[in-house]
Design a protein around this ligand. Structure first.
Ligand SMILES: Cc1cc2nc3c(=O)[nH]c(=O)nc-3n(C[C@H](O)[C@H](O)[C@H](O)COP(=O)(O)O)c2cc1C
Length: 301
């Protein structure tokens, strides 16, 4: 098992890493062929199911970091996601031509959320969504993110956001069957199974709860997964257990810091090749045809 740098046993990033490493993969070579990693989402086709995560404030690690990340995604023909940003930044990101999903924070001010949904539509994003797991701080009070007040959302508020737009609306931060049922009831067109890089200690690893959530969703809407994905092998395990695609955050930040958009592009291509390598050795001809029974669980989980 790999220790995540500086992480303690209760840290959800460490628990998530341990769970990835507890999953083993059997090989199936007979009748296998060169696999396709093509990924279709909301009527568009991409070269890989490995996407950017909804990151923000990457200007702290690289000048124009958010735009560089978008360019890298575009060059790799991958889906770009963006988290908290102002309108000018979203305009600069979408101007790159990267097909982008905009995740809007659960701001306390719902009128502002409606305005941001409209603005994202005008920018030509492919979908919008909300990270519902970022409304509370760890003290049980509503969080304040960079001076902006957050507030948890009810099912009926989510329905209103979803009704207000023609774009697919994605609920990010689903980590239970209960929220998966509610996301479907709200009319979401996708969910992200995620613990928001360990927003709470002892959070269940996304892949552990994924098969249960996939049963609830029952292929009605796409399921995305993030948290701790650092290789094509990790992505493969997520796809095998019920994800349609995965997002990568921190594992893309280092290449972005060093080499800008080219670092991002190369990292996505490298991870996609690793994914294809595992697909070839498991007789998985495309990402919709990965048999979950190739995954074995080590004892103890
Ligand atoms: C620097 C940074 C900024 C982030 N900003 C946002 C954000 O604004 N909105 C959001 O939904 N998630 C945000 N996230 C969370 C990521 O989208 C993702 O859920 C998380 O990092 C787990 O993926 P990873 O383990 O591949 O990094 C951020 C993560 C990082 C590292």
């Amino acid at each position: 098992m790999k220790d995540v740098e500086g992480k303690k046993p209760w840290d959800s990033d460490q628990i998530t890493r341990d769970y990835f490493d507890s999953l083993l993969v059997e090989m199936r070579h007979i009748d296998s062929e060169i696999p396709s990693t093509k990924f279709e989402l909301y009527g568009e086709t991409f070269d890989t199911p490995i996407m950017m995560a909804a990151l923000s404030h990457l200007g702290n690690i690289r000048e124009n970091g958010m735009v560089e990340m978008a360019k890298g995604a575009l060059e790799a023909n991958a889906v770009n996601w963006v988290g908290m940003c102002d309108e000018a930044e979203l305009e600069a990101i979408t101007a790159t031509g990267a097909r982008t999903i905009s995740i809007i924070k659960p701001y306390a001010d719902n009128d502002y959320i409606f305005r941001r949904i409209e603005h994202a539509e005008r920018c030509g994003v492919m979908a919008v969504g909300m990270d519902i797991d970022h409304s509370f701080g760890s003290n049980g009070k509503y969080d304040v993110v960079l001076g902006e007040k957050m507030k948890s959302k009810t099912l009926s508020e989510l329905k209103e956001f979803i009704k207000s737009t023609k774009l697919p609306f994605i609920i990010k931060g689903v980590l239970s069957e209960q929220d998966a049922y509610k996301a479907l009831e709200a009319g979401a067109k996708g969910i992200v199974v995620s613990h928001h890089h360990g927003i709470m200690n002892y959070a269940v690893p996304p892949l552990y709860v994924l098969p249960k959530i996939a049963k609830v969703i029952n292929r009605q809407i796409p399921i995305f997964v993030d948290c701790g994905i650092i290789s094509g092998m990790d992505a493969f395990k997520a796809l095998a257990l019920g994800a349609d695609a995965v997002s990568v955050g921190r594992a893309i930040m280092e290449p972005l810091k060093k080499n800008g958009w080219e670092g991002v592009k190369n990292q996505i291509i490298k991870m996609t090749e690793e994914l294809a390598g595992v697909m070839a050795r498991t007789c998985s001809r495309d990402i919709k045809n990965i048999d979950p029974s190739v995954i074995w669980h080590r004892n103890g989980w």
